[in-house]
Design a protein around this ligand. Structure first.
Ligand SMILES: Nc1ncnc2c1ncn2[C@@H]1O[C@H](COP(=O)(O)OP(=O)(O)OP(=O)(O)O)[C@@H](O)[C@H]1O
Ligand SMILES: [Mg+2]
Length: 346
């Protein structure tokens, strides 16, 4: 194995084709992705999009029908079974269903992967203790999986996955079975592992909330293909593909009640603020410069990782010429201005 790399992943022209009863199924189709070392990279898509298949291709649990997988300049697709077994120790994996051995305690579940890697018993004991502390389960060492909550079970499986200091952690819907607050605590743990240990994380999910919370960059998959990829903030603030827009809507969309729309006589406009807008008085400048008045009907600021993205719906009142000019002014200063209902009685 090449030394010195710390978790850069290159997925080159990967295809995975399954034989199906009614012809071949292209589960993964011509996928090219470059995942930087130290990055949290999300892959989203509906059921059947090919997310799990692609993830399993990364550690060659599935052998791609064609294409190559590189981790730190090492081509995994060329390796012998023995080399691959060795290489897999630097790739941890966690799952929605935890995959813990029910007859083993939390400590024993974690110790098992150290044992497989050949760590002597005494060192194992210390390492397990360290890992249990890292994932916040120091007091649950002797609990069996059945005695642990879903979140705690996922913590055990995370400890097990990172036990051998992997460069890469693959996560297949690790939070999908958990309630929102447990999801948040597991995402915080993954964030900590990424930041403090520098482990590259590739996670797949159907929840945009998960991507929003921890992914630096993400890709959207549909029918085996990557249809859009980019910085998570850019995907949220400026989605290009219709499916991506649909995913984003689950977080950003809100509807003004019909009754309220009906009573508004002014022009309703949706404004999107990107980045640090606290110091920018775009709206108040506009209200001062043009003879219009405005009411904020709805406002929402979402933090994409830590960057704010604000969406406001305003009603603008005034003569139609003044409104036109005010809108032109806003369009000049902001990336996204959308009239959602034209004014009446002007
Ligand atoms: N072992 C297999 N044999 C045949 N077809 C398969 C196999 N594994 C997956 N597929 C097919 O490949 C496609 C992609 O499946 P995959 O499990 O990768 O999707 P997914 O995006 O992970 O979906 P989900 O969100 O439901 O987990 C599906 O059409 C699936 O039926
Ligand atoms: Mg899946």
């Amino acid at each position: 194995m090449v030394q010195g790399g710390i978790g850069m992943i290159d997925i080159r022209q990967v295809n995975k084709i399954y034989p199906g009863k009614n012809g071949k199924i292209a589960a993964v189709s011509d996928v090219n992705l470059h995942i930087n070392k130290g990055e949290v990279f999300g892959i989203v898509g509906y059921s059947g999009a090919g997310k799990s298949t692609l993830l399993r291709c990364i550690n060659l649990l599935e052998r791609p029908t064609s294409g190559e997988i590189f981790i730190d300049d090492t081509n995994l697709t060329n390796m012998s079974i023995q080399e691959l077994r060795q290489a897999r120790q630097s790739i941890g994996m966690i799952f929605q269903g935890f995959h813990l051995a029910s007859s083993k305690t939390a400590a024993e579940n974690i110790a098992f992967s150290l044992q497989v890697a050949g760590m002597p018993a005494k060192k194992r004991h210390e390492r397990v203790k360290e890992l249990l502390e890292l994932v916040g389960l120091a007091d649950k060492a002797d609990h069996f999986p059945a005695q642990l909550s879903g979140g705690q079970k996922q913590r055990v499986s995370i400890a097990r996955a990172i036990a051998n200091n992997p460069k890469v952690l693959l996560s297949d819907e690790a939070t999908s079975a958990l309630d929102p607050s447990t999801t948040k605590s597991i995402l915080n743990l993954l964030k900590k592992i990424n930041e403090e240990l520098g482990i590259t994380i590739v996670l797949i999910t159907h929840e945009m909330e998960v991507v929003k919370e921890i992914c630096h960059r993400c890709a959207v998959m549909q029918d085996g293909k990557v249809i859009e990829e980019g910085r998570t903030y850019d995907i949220f603030s400026n989605p290009k593909n219709d499916l991506t827009k649909k995913f984003i809507e689950t977080i950003l969309e809100f509807n003004i009640p019909k009754e309220l729309m009906a009573t508004c006589t002014g022009t309703l406009v949706k404004l999107q603020f990107e980045g640090n807008i606290a110091n920018e008085a775009i709206v108040s400048d506009m209200l001062q410069a043009y003879p219009v008045s405005g009411n904020i009907l709805h406002g929402k600021i979402e933090y994409i990782r830590d960057e704010p993205l604000g969406i406001f719906i305003m009603e603008l009142l005034g003569k139609s010429d003044a409104i036109k000019e005010a809108l032109a002014y806003l369009e000049k200063r902001m990336k996204q201005v959308e009239v959602i209902q034209h004014g009446r009685n002007h």
